[in-house]
Design a protein around this ligand. Structure first.
Ligand code: KIV
Ligand code: ZN
Length: 559
C-alpha cells in the first residue's frame, strides 16, 4: 500500500461548481500553478467536454503545469466516448495524465435520471473504463452517489471497473449523506471484498451537506483509502467538498494517531487559500478551521496569558506551519534587490516586467503606509496577478462627497479601441457614484449582488481589500456556463456571477478596480458565449431506498 495519502485537488472542477465560483482560464492556470507549489499529487483541472473554454483551460494547465516532476493532471468525463475523447485530447500534453470517468450507480439516480437498469449501467461502465484505458494508462472510475448505492451492486460495479483497467476507485458520497462510521465501513468492505482492490488506489470524495466531509474522508483513510479528493477552503457544490487544508493539517498535526501523512507543503496553505478566495470571491468564515481569519487569534484573557507564557498552552499548530506569519520586512527605503529576494522567499517567481510593476506598487504603498508587512505584499502581488485581461482599463477616478455634497464621481477609462472616455455619475454614496459613472461609459447592464471590504492589516492606514460580485441583469444562463455544465447534482441553469477584486489604500479606488475586474469578466464571457455553445448535464435527487453498509434499509434522504 502507498506510504502517503495522495491529495487529489478538485478546486478547479468540483470547487468551481460552487455558486458564483466560475473562474476564467487564466485564473485557473494561476490556481493550478499554486496547487503545484502546494505539492498536491493530482490536480483535477476541469471537465473538458463541458465547453470549449473548459477544454482549453484543461489543455493549457496540462501543457504548463503537467511537467514530469509536477502533479498528475486529471480531467473529468462522463461515461461516454465523446466525453472521454475530449478529456484525453485536453490532458494528453501532461507528463502524467489521468482520465477520471464516472457514472451514477444508486437506484435513485439510475431510475429517475438515467432511466437505466443496473445491468445496463454495469455494461456501460465496463465498456467506458476499457475505452479510457485504451487511451490512457491512468484511469480513475467513480460510481456517483456511491453513498446511496446498494452495497452489493456497488461491489459488483467496482469489480468490473478493476477488471477493465481502472487504476483508482473513487468512492463519492455525492450528496453528503453518510456518517463517518458508515463511510469508513464502506471503504473497509471495498478493500476486503473487491478482487484486485489491493492493486489499485482507493479514494474518498465526500460532500459536506451534513458537515461530515472531512470526518468521512479521514474515516476513509483510517480504513485504507490512500487518496483524498478535496478543495481549497472546502468550496464546491452546495455545502462544498472536504476542505484540503483541514484534511492535510489533521494528518499532519495528528500524525501519531493517523500514522500516515501527505506530501503537501503546509507552508503554502495560507497563500493558496487567499488566492482561491480572492479569485472566486468566496471568503471563508472567520472561524473556519485552519485558514479562517480568527483561526489563530486568542481573545480570552486567560488564553492570551497562557499563549504569552508558552504557545503550547492553547495552540495545537503554529501559524507559520500553514504559512500564516506576518513578519515585518520591508520599508520605503528597501531596494529592488531586497524586494525581489523577498518575493522569492514568499514563493513568487515573477518576470522582470511583473517585478517592476509590483515594485512600483510597493513603493507607492510604502509612501502611504508606515509599516508594510507580508500580508500587504501578498495582497498586492496576488491582486496584480489576478486581474483579468483588461478590456476596459481604469485610468482615473475622482470623487467628491461629504455631508454637504451630493456624491459625484468622474472616471476616465480606456476602451478596447484604446480611446479614453470620461463620464460622471451621482449616487447615494461615493462608491455608488463611481459605479454609475463607469456604467455610463461601459454600458453593460448588470446587478451588483455583493460588496465586501476588509482591511488587510490592522491600523488606520491599512490597505483596503474589496471583493464584489455582479450578475447579468435579468438573465438565467443555460449556455456558456462551464460551472453549470459541470454540475453533478444541480437542477438546471444558474445565474452567472462575476467576481472582481481590488486592493488599494484608497477604498474608493479599490472598489473601482474591483468593479472593473468583474465587468471585464462579464464582457469576456458575453464574447465567449457568442463563440461557444456548451453542453450541460444535470441531475435531480429524489427518494428512496437502498441497504446501508450495516445491512439496514435507508431512504437516502431525510425521513
Ligand atoms: O460528487 C460526485 O459524485 C462527483 C463525481 C463526479 C466524482 O463530483
Ligand atoms: Zn463531487
Amino acid at each position: 500500500m502507498e506510504d502517503h495519502v495522495k491529495i487529489f485537488d478538485t478546486t478547479l472542477r468540483d470547487g468551481e461548481q460552487s455558486p458564483g465560483a466560475t473562474m476564467t482560464a487564466s485564473e485557473k492556470l494561476e490556481v493550478a500553478k499554486q496547487l503545484a507549489r502546494l505539492g498536491v499529487d493530482i490536480i483535477e483541472a476541469g471537465f473538458p467536454a463541458a465547453s470549449t473554454g473548459d477544454w482549453e483551460a484543461v489543455h493549457t494547465i496540462a501543457k504548463t503545469v503537467g511537467t514530469p516532476d509536477g502533479p498528475v493532471i486529471a480531467g473529468l468525463a462522463r461515461a461516454n466516448k465523446n466525453d472521454i475523447e475530449r478529456c484525453w485530447t485536453a490532458i494528453k500534453p501532461a507528463a502524467k495524465a489521468r482520465i477520471h470517468t464516472f457514472m451514477s450507480t444508486s437506484d435513485i439516480h439510475l431510475e429517475h435520471q438515467f432511466r437505466k437498469s443496473r445491468g445496463e449501467a454495469l455494461e456501460l461502465i465496463g465498456e467506458m473504463v476499457t475505452y479510457a484505458r485504451s487511451l490512457c494508462s491512468d484511469v480513475e472510475f467513480s460510481p456517483m452517489d456511491a453513498g446511496r448505492t446498494d452495497p452489493e451492486y456497488l461491489l459488483e460495479v467496482l469489480k468490473v471497473a478493476v477488471e477493465c483497467g481502472a487504476t483508482t476507485l473513487n468512492i463519492p458520497d455525492t450528496v453528503g449523506y453518510m456518517t463517518p462510521e458508515e463511510y469508513g465501513a464502506m471503504i473497509r468492505s471495498i478493500r476486503e471484498i473487491v478482487p484486485g482492490a489491493d492493486q489499485v488506489t482507493i479514494s474518498t470524495h465526500c460532500h459536506d451537506d451534513l458537515g461530515f466531509a472531512v470526518a468521512n474522508s479521514l474515516a476513509g483513510v483510517l480504513s485504507g483509502a490512500r487518496q483524498v479528493e478535496c478543495t481549497i477552503n472546502g468550496i464546491g457544490e452546495r455545502a462544498g467538498n472536504a476542505a484540503l487544508e483541514e484534511v492535510v493539517m489533521a494528518l499532519h498535526t495528528r500524525s501519531q494517531f493517523y500514522g500516515i501523512s501527505t506530501r503537501v507543503d503546509t507552508t503554502q496553505i495560507a497563500r493558496t487559500s487567499r488566492m482561491v478566495s480572492a479569485i472566486t470571491g468566496i471568503q471563508p468564515q472567520p472561524n473556519k478551521a485552519i485558514i479562517g481569519a480568527n483561526a489563530f487569534s486568542h481573545e480570552a484573557g486567560i488564553h492570551q496569558d497562557g499563549i504569552l507564557k508558552n504557545p503550547l498552552t492553547y495552540e495545537i499548530m503554529r501559524p507559520e506551519t500553514i504559512g500564516k506569519d506576518s513578519s515585518l520586512v520591508l520599508g520605503k527605503h528597501s531596494g529592488r534587490h531586497a524586494f525581489r529576494k523577498h518575493l522569492e522567499h514568499l514563493g513568487y517567481t515573477l518576470s522582470d516586467g511583473e517585478i517592476e510593476k509590483a515594485f512600483a506598487r510597493f513603493k507607492d504603498l510604502a509612501d502611504k503606509k508606515k509599516l508594510v508587512d507580508d500580508r500587504d505584499i501578498v495582497a498586492l502581488i496576488d491582486d496584480q496577478l489576478h486581474q483579468p485581461a483588461p478590456i476596459w482599463v481604469l485610468d482615473q477616478v475622482q470623487v467628491s462627497c461629504g455631508t454637504a455634497a451630493i456624491p459625484t464621481a468622474t472616471v476616465r477609462l480606456h476602451g478596447p479601441d484604446g480611446v479614453a472616455r470620461t463620464d460622471s455619475g451621482q449616487g447615494t454614496g461615493p462608491i455608488d457614484a463611481v459605479y454609475r459613472a463607469i456604467n455610463r461609459v461601459v454600458g453593460q447592464p448588470n446587478v451588483l449582488t455583493e460588496f465586501s471590504i476588509k482591511a488587510i492589516t490592522e491600523g488606520i492606514d491599512a490597505v483596503g481589500d474589496v471583493t464584489i460580485r455582479i450578475e447579468e441583469e435579468g438573465k438565467n444562463h443555460a449556455n456558456g456556463n462551464a460551472s453549470s455544465a459541470g454540475d453533478d447534482s444541480g437542477t438546471g441553469p444558474k445565474t452567472r456571477t462575476y467576481t472582481g477584486h481590488g486592493v488599494h489604500t484608497d477604498i474608493i479606488v479599490a472598489a473601482a478596480i474591483a468593479y472593473m475586474g468583474a465587468l471585464n469578466k462579464l464582457i469576456a464571457a458575453r464574447q465567449e458565449r457568442m463563440r461557444n455553445k456548451s453542453t450541460s448535464y444535470t441531475e435531480t435527487n429524489t427518494p428512496p431506498y437502498a441497504m446501508d453498509w450495516f445491512g439496514n434499509s435507508t431512504h437516502g434522504r431525510d425521513a
